[in-house]
Design a protein around this ligand. Sequence first.
Ligand code: SF4
Length: 98
Amino acid sequence: MALSSAHLLTLTIESDEWRRTAACRDTDPDLFFPVGTTGPAIEQIANAKAVCQQCESQTACLEFAIATNQDSGIWGGTSEEERRQLRKKFNNRGRRTA
Ligand code: SF4
């Protein structure tokens, strides 16, 4: 999934229309905030990501999570570590084009 700087720059906390179509609206929020990354958390992360794969708000959710530095939980089908990597790539790309 590609993140565009234009999207991230225009994204604000107020623009949360994507939440209306969030597939996780009616699921247990705990599913999206596993404790750790091993043991039972592995299945929990996979189950949360499966919900995200069916969500029409996935891209907007991920952009929001990156733009607002959501460090915990599953957002936009990504884990905490995956978002760290995305953020790092995005920041490195920004430095190269600046
Ligand atoms: S992408 Fe996942 S975490 Fe984000 S709104 Fe959709 S279901 Fe929820």
